[in-house]
Design a protein around this ligand. Structure first.
Ligand SMILES: Cc1cc2nc3c(=O)[nH]c(=O)nc-3n(C[C@H](O)[C@H](O)[C@H](O)COP(=O)(O)OP(=O)(O)OC[C@H]3O[C@@H](n4cnc5c(N)ncnc54)[C@H](O)[C@@H]3O)c2cc1C
Ligand code: FES
Length: 276
């Protein structure tokens, strides 16, 4: 007999709108056909299925807001599922499983200063945390956002970055690895931005998402600035299939990235050779 509660059965969602963020990255806004919000926490991901093509995991980039029944993902066109997503038109349907995985510890962050470090597409999951905090701005201390991108053409959420740069209660610093003729800002890897900020290490939490190579260098710099390992939170991306801790695709030294992660406190993974 068919089990209608099987965790492998996706729920239907409808594309409401899409917005190009860069040459290869598009922001998609969906609503579930059951009328319910996703009820996620910032940092979690969903499994998205395109019927007849396949399924792939994506971070939820919108914050959880009770009145918002929609959710957003931002997707880089790279292969079959992501290309099919890019070809969808408003009104088209997808399947959704989740939200899955661990999230950033929003309760711990209350009253603290936040240092966000986003490398490339790492800005996608961090935007959920950041926008949640902006919505509840009084509950948090200083907000600092460092964003590193390979080149100016690959920058995403440019409108939001420009808007935030004008605010006095958020410090935004950007850098690109390789500039072009349009770029007037900082050039260099993301660690070159760290000397430009002042932090109180005992009151500062770090939320960081980016390519694995970035973590090693940035974590070393954060530690030099006096931030302890238990105040550093990272999100790790691994190939995923089930999203439920069953198939073993996303294992790191016995941890299931889809259930124990993707968000980890650095203390919990610092000793795992494969993790970072
Ligand atoms: C927890 C989690 C969250 C994610 N969040 C996002 C997100 O918010 N936005 C987003 O754009 N992507 C995200 N990804 C990556 C995304 O899942 C993959 O890009 C997607 O599965 C590719 O599917 P596809 O069918 O289009 O590509 P495929 O047809 O499966 O692959 C096409 C080609 O791309 C390569 N490839 C596939 N995935 C990756 C990858 N992750 N890195 C490098 N090369 C790859 C393959 O080896 C192959 O050569 C996330 C992954 C995880 C695990
Ligand atoms: S994706 Fe199957 S165990 Fe994590």
């Amino acid at each position: 007999m068919k089990n209608k509660f099987s965790p492998y059965v996706p729920r239907l969602a409808t594309l409401k709108s899409k917005k190009k963020l860069s040459d290869y990255v598009t922001l998609f806004r969906f609503e579930q056909d059951n009328g319910r919000p996703l009820a996620h926490s910032p940092g979690q991901f969903i499994q998205v299925s395109i019927f007849g093509i396949g399924e792939a995991p994506f971070s939820i980039t919108s914050p959880p807001i009770r009145e918002h029944h929609y959710f957003e993902i931002a997707v880089r066109k790279i292969g079959s599922v992501t290309t099919a997503l890019h070809n969808l038109k408003p009104g088209d349907k997808i399947g959704v499983r989740g939200p899955y995985g661990s999230s950033f510890p929003m309760q711990k962050f209350i009253g603290k200063d936040m240092l966000f470090i986003a490398g490339g597409l790492g800005f996608i999951p961090l935007r959920s945390v950041l926008n949640y905090m902006i919505r509840h701005r009084d509950e948090y201390g200083k907000i600092m956002l460092l964003v590193g991108t390979r080149n100016p053409k690959e920058r995403i959420f440019i409108d939001q970055l420009e808007e935030m740069s004008k605010r006095e209660d958020i410090k935004v610093l950007e850098t690109v690895d390789v500039p072009d003729e349009t770029w007037k800002g900082n050039v260099g890897v993301i660690t070159t931005l760290l000397p430009k900020i002042t932090i109180e290490p005992e009151n500062t939490y770090v939320a960081m998402v980016g390519p694995p190579i970035m973590y090693k260098f940035v974590i070393a710099e954060c530690k030099k600035m006096g931030i302890s390992e238990d105040k550093i939170f990272v999100s790790l991306e691994r190939r995923m299939k089930c999203g439920l801790g069953k198939c073993g695709h996303c294992q790191i030294n016995g941890l299931s990235c889809c259930v124990d992660g993707p968000v980890f406190c650095y203390t919990d993974i610092a000793s795992l050779e494969e993790a970072i």
